[in-house]
Design a protein around this ligand. Sequence first.
Ligand code: FJE
Ligand code: FE
Length: 298
Amino acid sequence: MLQRKGCSFFNEPRLVAKKFLARPQHEGVGAVVRRSIGRFELKYFDPFLVLDEFSVTAPAGFPDHPHRGFETVTYMLQGAITHEDFEGHKGTIEAGDLQWMTAGRGIVHSEMPAAQGTQKGFQLWINLASKYKMIEPRYQEVLSKDIAEAEEDGVKVRVIAGEALGIKSPIYTRTPTMFLDFSLKPGGHLQQPIPKPWNAFVYILEGEGIFGNMKSQPSNSHHILLLGHGDGLEAWNKSSKLLRFILVGAEPLGEPLVQFGPFVMNTQEEIDQTIHDFENFANGFEKARHWRSENEIH
Ligand code: FJE
Ligand code: FE
C-alpha cells in the first residue's frame, strides 16, 4: 500500500494505457490548436469531447459561434482572450485565469485575442448528462490570484477543479470533474488519488516526466496520456528541468452521443431539433437573432 503524507492514499496506481502526440492543426479562423481528444483517433474519452492546447495571434481567433449540450473550460497560460456572448456577458481571460462555461441549452459567443503576441491556453469540452443538456447557461470565472495553490516536497499544484494536497476548488462541476495543474521540480514525486470509476488523463505542457510506473519510458510536452484502471496517479520528475502537466479526470456518463460540431446531444432527433432551434432563434437561441460580437461589427 502506498501512503501519502496526510490522510489521502491509494492502492492501485493507474498505468498509462495510451499515449498520443497532439500535432498542430488549424481551427477557428487562423488559429492553431494541438487537439488531443476530439481528433479522429480519439473521438471521445467519456465525458471529454475536446482537449485543445491553443495558440492564437490577432487577427486570428474564434469569431461568433454557438454551443449546446456541454461545458467549455478555458484555462489561459499566456496572453489573454476576450469573450463576448449574445446575452451581453463579456470579459477577458488572462494568463492563469479560468473560465468554466456551462453552455447548457445554448450560448453564442466569440473568443478573440485581447493582447499583442501569442495567446496560449487550454480549452476542454466536457459533455453534460442528458438531464442537464438543456439547463440555463452559466459561467464560473476565477482570476489567477484566486486559484488555490499548494506546494509540498517539490510538487506544486493549482487546483482548478476538485481537490489536491488538502485544497478544494470552489468550482461546481455538473459532471463530477477534477482538473489539476501540477509543476514538479527535478526529483519531485507525486501521488494523487483519482476516484476509481473515473476516466482520467495527463497532458504534458513542459519538461519530461515518468508516469504510472517508475520504470516506464519518459513522456514529454504535447503528449496526452490516457490512464488505465486504478485509484491514483504516481508521477516522477527524474530530469534536470521543471515538469508541468495537467491531470484531468471525470465520471463517465455512459450515454449515447450524437455530435454535430458545437452541438452535442444524445440522439439524431435532438441534433435535428438543435439545428432547427439555432436556425429559427428558438429554445435558448432567441438572442442570436439580432446579435453580432463587436469584432464582427468593426
Ligand atoms: C468551435 C471550431 C473551433 N478550440 N480553443 C469549431 F475552433 C471552435 C472553438 C474552439 C476554441 C476556442 C478557444 Cl478560445 C480555444 C478552442 C476550439 O471555438 F467552437 C467550433 N465549433
Ligand atoms: Fe466557444
